[in-house]
Design a protein around this ligand. Sequence first.
Ligand SMILES: [Zn+2]
Length: 223
Amino acid sequence: MTDYVLKIFFSIRKGWCFTVNLIFPQRCAGCDVSGSSLCGGCLRKLGEVFIQGEICVDGFTVFFAAEHSELLKKVLHRFKYISDDALAEVLGMLLVMRMKKIIVSAPYTLTPIPLHHARERERGFNQSELLAGVISRALGGRVVHVLERRRETRVQATLSRKERIYNVRGAFGMRKGFVGKVPETVFVLDDVITTGSTFVECARVLRAAGVRRVYGIMLAHGL
Ligand SMILES: [Zn+2]
């Protein structure tokens, strides 16, 4: 019975997606050509900007998979505001290809930087969570929501470096179930790192809670 209901659900969903695609055809996030959310040409170009980078922010190591590029900026902008599984898959797999050795070097927990629930409700999804899902499906790690956002913050992109630090200070905490019971190694995942103040605030909370090794894993640096 359940299988039958699920089959009906998926065929309705498939039909609905097909209809939506007919009325609003998907356009490439890079060059706007219609047909898919990322065309073959843009996918190739995007692959070229992916590297294996590493920076140190306030004593914490942060790995990132891409440097600034106009194409990636456009694609990420789309990915951030529209929940697009195909884009999440492409970006997540490009990250996995560059970061595989680093991520699987030890047993680890992957934790996406949480959005405030009001912002997540308004947007309907958390882009870092989508990426974390792709990484864990490809590499088999655990995605655990260790952190919670305790208050809403202003959008970091509009603020100076100093303002960004104050904006996120005290904004994160450990989720209830993880107080006094923490994983040994945590990779904090986000789509973009610029000054690193949001990541550092999360890393400090994790370190204070007893996590021995805290790293950042970011899709892109300095967009
Ligand atoms: Zn394109």
